[in-house]
Design a protein around this ligand. Structure first.
Ligand SMILES: NC(=O)c1ccc[n+]([C@@H]2O[C@H](COP(=O)([O-])OP(=O)(O)OC[C@H]3O[C@@H](n4cnc5c(N)ncnc54)[C@H](O)[C@@H]3O)[C@@H](O)[C@H]2O)c1
Length: 249
């Protein structure tokens, strides 16, 4: 308890899933939290449950005006931002030949441009707070490739690169920037995935939103010598092929 006392955080996509778990844990640890999302009813309900100081704001992360308003209002009502969690994300399907261009663009706009706008808009506020952390939720799709979700994969690799560039630009101001790479986690995004999806993993199960939240908390509160790096939690799926090597000799 109290690991984020006196800190002010914005959590995008905070109305449900991983973002809601982060918002809850941050509030438990003493942070004042802005829950930011496009799901206004769910987001406002969660912010009310967190108790004061917490607020909900409508923030479509792909829109620069929404970002300006969200950061300005957060700073006015809660104080300068010290932690930004770029968590909002969408997954859309289709091979490169089949996916409509509009769908590809939407995924990039939300998952990558959204985080870029977040860094750009929140950095001055974090500077005014005297430093802090930006944590972007990428994916193991930012470590390896997947067929049928090229926009998502490209956006998540892009987030990893954005993290490194931002870490270099913002380190002089005491702002650390890291990316988090979850494997399959039980949320609305994976509602259509069955247990066979995780069966071949060294740890053969879905992760829970709270497991991601605890890693985000560690980065925000404790990982004071880490910036520009990837934190992976994926049940070991990216470690290597699951089949043991065998020899005929
Ligand atoms: N669930 C998984 O297996 C998994 C694995 C790796 C990474 N991730 C990433 O974790 C993040 C959270 O996903 P989740 O699993 O909790 O899914 P989710 O669909 O439950 O939550 C995503 C949240 O983002 C919000 N959102 C969508 N578009 C938005 C926009 N334009 N502006 C603001 N908010 C917007 C949604 O309303 C929702 O509340 C995403 O970035 C996702 O890519 C999820």
């Amino acid at each position: 308890m109290g690991r984020l006392n006196e800190r002010v955080a914005i959590v995008t996509g905070g109305a449900r899933g991983i973002g809601a778990a982060v918002a809850r844990l941050f509030a438990e640890e003493g942070a004042a939290v802005t829950v930011a999302d496009v799901l206004d009813t769910e987001g406002a309900k969660l912010a009310a449950e967190l108790g004061a100081p917490a607020r909900y704001t409508h923030l479509d992360v792909s829109t620069e005006d929404d970002w300006r308003r969200a950061v300005t209002e957060t700073e006015r009502e809660l104080g300068p931002v010290s932690v930004l969690v770029n968590n909002a994300g969408i997954l859309e399907w289709g091979t490169i030949e089949e996916q409509p261009l509009e769908s590809f663009r939407r995924v990039i706009d939300v998952n990558l441009q959204g985080a870029w706008l977040g860094v750009r808009t929140a950095a001055p506020s974090i500077r005014r707070a005297g430093g802090g952390a930006i944590v972007s939720i990428s994916s193991i799709a930012g470590i390896t490739g997947y067929a049928g979700i090229s926009g998502y994969v490209a956006s998540k690799w892009g987030l990893r690169g954005l993290t490194k560039a931002a870490a270099l630009e913002l380190a002089p101001d005491g702002i650390r920037v890291c990316s988090v790479h979850p494997g399959a986690v039980r949320t609305a995004m994976t509602a259509g995935f069955d247990d066979s999806f995780t069966a071949a993993q060294p740890l053969p199960r879905f992760g829970e939103p709270d497991e991601v939240a605890r890693m985000v908390l560690f980065i925000a509160a404790d990982a004071s010598f880490s910036t520009g790096v990837e934190f992976v939690l994926d049940g070991g799926v990216t470690v290597g092929p699951p089949t043991p090597l065998t020899s005929s000799r």
